[in-house]
Design a protein around this ligand. Structure first.
Ligand SMILES: NC(=O)c1ccc[n+]([C@@H]2O[C@H](COP(=O)([O-])OP(=O)(O)OC[C@H]3O[C@@H](n4cnc5c(N)ncnc54)[C@H](OP(=O)(O)O)[C@@H]3O)[C@@H](O)[C@H]2O)c1
Length: 239
């Protein structure tokens, strides 16, 4: 990718998206990040003055389209947004909740991609983030696994359909980000400590670990139709 390049990270005000934004800046990118919360955008402006924040909902086609048009051509579109719902045993799973979770991740991804597509550079890239749940067999994850499998199902067909735009994804395992903030902190720490002992790589990923894989996919001109598993080997064991 030539420098300077333009990157848009939808879901980039926190966690994996924010780490990706910071890494892309160090490579010479003009990096725009989009998120919904004004509070997170305020924090972003204070902590990361080199990033350009936008209050945009990735599930809103008009908002994403306006933003994308204003910064076009976009060399790297990265989508890291999601909700945190969708987990639970199928027998009791609240299907209205699962529909919300699909809306928050899968449909918001499709909306963002459709809205930004006319504004991508001819040789640009799209990088998505799925999750281990699409590939593992953990009880209680059928719903969220289906959402992430739907995201992964986009990769290969779009890599051919949208060529020469490249389309890839990263499949993370457990990542220590604010995504876990909705759960009791002590439970999360205990779960992470127990899981790290079981994982072949013996660690819980940082947001930067996942961002490195995203940056590779976004910048390497030879990779398309690929899903990188950056999961500490989580898909190989029971956690
Ligand atoms: N953390 C993990 O263990 C883990 C594991 C596997 C996969 N993942 C996946 O990795 C991706 C990134 O997660 P993360 O851990 O970095 O979570 P995070 O720290 O909660 O970050 C998610 C970001 O997305 C934004 N966002 C959510 N919905 C949005 C929307 N409709 N439009 C625009 N921005 C939106 C959030 O800001 P606003 O709420 O202000 O919009 C936030 O900046 C997600 O797809 C998640 O499913 C995470």
């Amino acid at each position: 990718m030539l420098t300077p390049f333009t990157a848009l990270i939808v879901g980039g005000t926190s966690g994996i998206g924010l780490a990706t934004a910071r890494q892309l800046v160090t490579l010479g990118g003009n990096v725009h990040v989009a998120g919904r919360s004004a509070e997170k955008l305020g924090q972003l402006a204070a902590d990361n003055p080199t990033l350009v924040g936008h209050q945009v909902d990735g599930g809103d086609r008009a908002e994403v389209g306006l933003l994308a048009a204003s910064i076009a051509p976009i060399d790297a579109l990265v989508v890291t947004l999601s909700g945190a719902e969708g987990i639970g045993p199928l027998a009791d799973l609240d299907l209205a909740m699962l529909r919300r979770a699909f809306e928050a991740k899968f449909w918001a991804h499709l909306t963002t991609i459709q809205a930004a597509l006319p504004h991508l550079a001819e040789n640009g890239s799209i990088t998505l983030v799925s999750a281990i749940s699409a590939r593992a067999s953990m009880p209680g994850t059928a719903g969220v696994g289906a959402i992430n499998a739907a995201v992964e199902g986009l990769i290969k067909p779009l890599a051919v359909e949208l060529a020469p735009i490249r389309v890839n994804a990263v499949s993370p395992g457990l990542v220590d980000t604010p995504w876990w903030n909705g759960k009791p902190e002590a439970n999360t720490r205990a779960y992470f400590a127990a899981a790290a002992k079981m994982l072949p790589a013996r660690q819980i990923a940082s947001a930067d670990d996942i961002a490195q894989a995203i940056v590779l996919l976004a910048t390497n001109p030879n990779i398309t139709g690929t899903i990188i598993e950056s999961d500490a080997g989580a898909r190989l064991v029971s956690i």
